[in-house]
Design a protein around this ligand. Structure first.
Ligand code: SF4
Ligand code: SF4
Length: 398
């Protein structure tokens, strides 16, 4: 049954245990992927227990497994069986039910998805558009990430980028359902999104989340041949091409947190660092675990909607990592990471010595943003302000 659900990799595992030894959960609790795989290989009860939901799909085991076992496919396939049986963890179940109904996992009003664009004005995608800007649900509904998204919009204006959007027709890429046991919800979103995007025939898609990047590039068969890049790559290109000029000094010691789905899963390590290095005054330092060894923020794989004790939160460890290297700013390029790290910064009370900042936000500080008047892309339609803050997870996952 697991194999039928996409877990063909199950047979490849020869039980060496490397996955268990590299898993970040090893610092907190006795969660061993090898054991889970063993139970599943023999079809013994227990593989579908609580441990199954610990995996953040961070990809560390995927990268280190000597047999190249697609470990995350195994986890996903077992979760899908649980999803079919209606036995998902309650918080995740609730978020995914909302996703099925609203097109986003934050219980956000679909008609207000593009409220973040109220300042610059939203542009429908046309054949003139340089890029189709695909905004992650977390950028659209989470108040902290809306700020980052607004700054990004102003950067695009400053650079004169002709961007277009699906508007309120835009929906979640399906990532929480893909990793969280609702393959049916994921497939329905994937098919709808593919049809909409194909209908627009965009020259290039720019996604704001590494999770959308992963899905569009690897899991959306229907988007094969369409160029998809992450916003960190776009910002790097805009700086290289002289369309954005970081000139104002930003004096700060900055550490960069590699998001799992930008780094390990998609190999994008240099683009965000190139952006940071282009900011005058920034002293870029590396965290103790970086690039391929980066520690997950804890929010992937549906863990955003979980109740994790503070002592077991990866994001708390990450804040401590940043403080250990004397960073004043912890920059990152994923809305999940921004959300998780910001939450844990408050939890450990380190706001006086450290900030969590989105890559674009830090870049914007070094650019004379001016006003929006005289923008090469005058607003096409103005949306109302978002009326209520996004309903977060309980906070437990963070
Ligand atoms: S590292 Fe790979 S082969 Fe080794 S136990 Fe884990 S999945 Fe199996
Ligand atoms: S993907 Fe990450 S969290 Fe999941 S089992 Fe592998 S190393 Fe652990």
């Amino acid at each position: 049954m697991i194999v039928e659900n996409g877990g063909q990799a199950l047979d490849d595992c020869y039980q060496c245990g490397t996955c268990s030894s590299v898993c970040p959960w090893g610092d907190f609790r006795d969660f061993r992927l090898r054991n889970l795989i063993r139970l599943a290989q023999f079809g013994i009860e227990g593989y579908e227990g609580e441990d199954l939901w610990n995996c953040t799909t961070c990809g560390m085991c995927l990268e280190r497994c000597p047999r190249g076992v697609k470990t995350i496919d195994i986890v996903r396939s077992i979760r899908n069986i649980m999803g079919e049986a209606g036995t998902l963890p309650p918080l995740l179940q609730s978020a995914l039910s909302g996703l099925a109904g609203n097109g986003n996992p934050w219980a956000g009003d679909p008609d207000k998805r593009t409220a973040w664009a109220s300042e610059v004005g939203l542009r429908p995608h046309t054949e003139e558009s340089e890029i189709l800007l695909y905004t992650c649900c977390t950028h659209a509904y989470d108040p902290r990430n809306i700020k980052a998204q607004r700054t990004l919009a102003r950067l695009l204006e400053k650079a004169g980028v002709k961007w277009g959007s699906l508007g309120n027709q835009e929906k979640c890429c399906g990532d929480p359902a893909h990793k969280g046991g609702r393959a049916d919800v994921y497939q329905s979103l994937r098919d709808e999104n593919t049809q909409q995007i194909r209908g627009l025939a965009p020259k290039k898609i720019v996604v704001t989340s590494p999770h959308c990047l992963e899905n569009f590039k690897k899991n959306y068969e229907g988007l094969k041949g369409v160029e998809v890049i992450h916003v960190a790559e776009l910002l790097r290109d805009l700086i290289r091409d002289g369309r954005l000029k970081p000139e104002k000094p930003v004096k700060a010691r900055v550490a960069y947190h590699d998001p799992c789905y930008l780094g390990r899963h998609n190999g994008i390590y240099d683009a965000p660092r190139e952006v940071l290095k282009a900011i005058p005054g920034v002293e870029l330092v590396e965290l103790s675990r970086h690039h391929e060894d980066s520690l997950c923020c804890g929010g992937g794989g549906g863990r955003m909607w979980s109740d994790t004790p503070v002592a077991e939160r990866f994001s708390v460890q990450r804040i401590n990592d940043a403080c250990a290297v004397g960073a004043q700013s912890l920059a990152t390029a994923c809305p999940y990471c921004v959300l998780m790290l910001t939450d844990s910064l408050g939890t450990v009370g380190k706001q006086d010595v450290l900030e969590v900042v989105d890559l674009g936000e830090l870049l914007a500080r070094s650019i004379d943003m001016g006003t929006l008047e005289g923008s090469p892309n005058p607003p096409a339609m103005v949306r109302g302000e978002q009326s209520s803050p996004a309903p977060h997870a309980t906070g437990g996952g963070r």
